[in-house]
Design a protein around this ligand. Sequence first.
Ligand SMILES: [Fe+2]
Length: 313
Amino acid sequence: MTVKTMHTADVKDLLEKVAGFNQEGGNERVKKIVHRLMHDIFQIVEDFDVTAEEFWQAVYYVGDLGKNGEAALLAPGLGMDKYLDIRMDAEDEQAGLAGGTPRTIEGPLYVAGAPMSEGFARMDDGSDESAETMILTGQVTDENGQPVANAVVDVWHANTMGNYSYFDQSQTDYNLRRRIKTDENGRYTARSIIPAGYGCPPEGSTQALLNLLGRHGNRPAHIHFFIAKPGYKHLTTQINLAGDEYTYDDFAFATREELVVEANRIEDPAKAEQFGLNKPFTEVEFNIQLVATDKPELQSRHERKRALEGEAA
Ligand SMILES: [Fe+2]
């Protein structure tokens, strides 16, 4: 049975009361957004003839999502992070600030306060001896190709199990997380290990919804970056390693063509020696172009909850 009630005075009156339109206090913007949100949810219930059973399942789903701590995982899975990036790209375009290395999503697994070093850092703690050694290197330049010295390249990535230190308590503090200041030539280099891709927790809330959409919850092997330097737009980005099954099929929609990089196996012992290695390794090169801006609000990362943010030096 399909009934239509959205046009009735009863429903209109209910929505206005729900949003506090008849109350003095509160926040006008929140009132308007909640009014629109609840209107659209009511409309979905009407249009799809949502049953009471289905509705309560959805309510319990939201409860479980919070209990599992997966709200910030479902968001990228539903394209929200990507959509915000699309909006920020359009804003940059409008403000004449487009260009440079493209941004992509941050994800929920950053930890603030990683050790800082100059020019070079070793990121792994050496505990995973079977991992492939990675030399990650690149140059930070401005839009004219001039080197940007003293930019802070803040790098974080998963281990070979697809797990991140801090969230995976079996890893040492700040394993695979470092901040590296570029040298006078704008260069940074890190010795680390090649990360693996990972998937959403198989029994979690995010995967449960993805299953209903016929979608997988996997990400390709990738490396996260913040790059910051006063006078330039803060850049939040990631690189995806080419050749991963999910490079172009990332459940979180973070892949961008310009951010797919080749991982090159280097067998030459002389080259290995340069990095103090006595075995072949894989080199990943990621050059970064920053865009100058005098707007202070664009020079730092936007606010969101991040582990240890505001606590660490
Ligand atoms: Fe990640």
